[in-house]
Design a protein around this ligand. Structure first.
Ligand code: SF4
Length: 293
């Protein structure tokens, strides 16, 4: 049975635009996610709902009200769809809530950034193309980008056997890359976020080089890479689920992980800088934009 909840608000305004994803607002039509990624930072949070999926049934009517008001005041900004949960779980095929949300975003002419791991986004290519053409950019982005819609697929690891363990219910990365190709053929601006890359598993220069080359081959217009963060001490928190994965599938890496995450939720600043620099260099090498702006 599908769990339905009513919410008080669905459009979140951010204090500051995210410099990677460019979003000023975010919308998440669901709570929880069925893809079950072992590194998912939302799982143990109040948005994760202990692995259950809930539909925010009144999100279209709320968004309609909230965007009407924002559009009237000309408070245009990029709306990220799918910041805290996957907007294209298989359930969406039937419920079509994300599609309704995109329809409203299109009507009020806000730019959009869709974050997904799912090929189901292809179903909404018509709406995304419409948003891309008609969106009103916020003043400070005018002249800096000429697109009104962005689609970012996230990929952490390409090896199929490993993917089945770390992202058990998500479409395979090869399928995501094919979806990028299809979107590119429809002239939709799509790219890949290698977030999170997994330390000692998918973060070597050789692996990044290969993954970015694959992205370029698929027609991706941009890439970026980000480090793994591990939070929380409850059994559902990603720090715990991820360490269970390491103990079971990569016990040899445990000492390295303890060194890296023993005292912090993220790797050292020097690791993050190196990752950023390596990904940037690989993007230059393959002639693909690093980040959107
Ligand atoms: S797809 Fe995203 S929201 Fe869903 S489990 Fe994976 S990381 Fe979490």
């Amino acid at each position: 049975m599908i769990e339905k909840v009513r919410v008080k608000s669905v459009l979140n305004r951010h204090r500051k635009r995210d410099e990677w994803f460019l979003d000023d607002y975010s919308v998440n039509p669901y709570y929880g996610c069925s893809f079950g990624c072992v590194y998912c930072y939302v799982r143990g949070s109040r948005y994760g709902k202990g692995g259950r999926v809930q539909i925010k049934v009144n999100s279209p009517e709320l968004l309609e009200k909230q965007l009407r008001r924002r559009a009237y005041r000309e408070e245009y900004g990029v709306i990220a769809v799918g910041t805290s949960t996957e907007p294209y779980m298989s359930l969406e095929d039937e419920v079509r809530l994300t599609r309704k949300i995109l329809g409203i975003i299109a009507r009020y002419r806000f730019p959009v950034h869709i974050l997904t791991k799912s090929t189901l986004v292809l179903r909404d290519a018509d709406l995304i193309a419409q948003i891309d053409c008609r969106a009103v950019l916020p003043d400070d982005l005018e002249g800096r980008i000429d697109r009104g819609a962005f689609v970012t697929f996230s990929i952490s690891v390409m090896d199929e056997r490993m993917v089945r363990v770390v992202e058990p219910n998500a479409p395979l990365p090869e399928e995501r890359l094919r979806a990028v190709t299809e979107l590119a053929e429809s002239e939709i601006f799509a790219g890949i976020a290698f977030i999170p890359v997994l330390p000692f598993i998918s973060d070597s220069p050789e692996k990044l080089d290969w993954m970015i080359w694959k992205a370029k081959e698929s027609g991706a217009k941009f890439c970026f890479a980000g480090a793994l963060t591990l939070y929380g001490n409850n059994p559902d928190d990603c720090r715990q689920t991820y360490f269970r994965f390491i103990r079971k599938y990569h016990p040899d890496l445990l000492p390295e992980y303890l060194k890296m995450y023993g005292r912090s939720y993220q790797p050292s600043a020097s690791y993050r800088k190196l990752l950023d620099r390596t990904a940037r260099e690989m993007c230059m090498k393959h002639g693909i934009r690093y980040r959107i702006l």
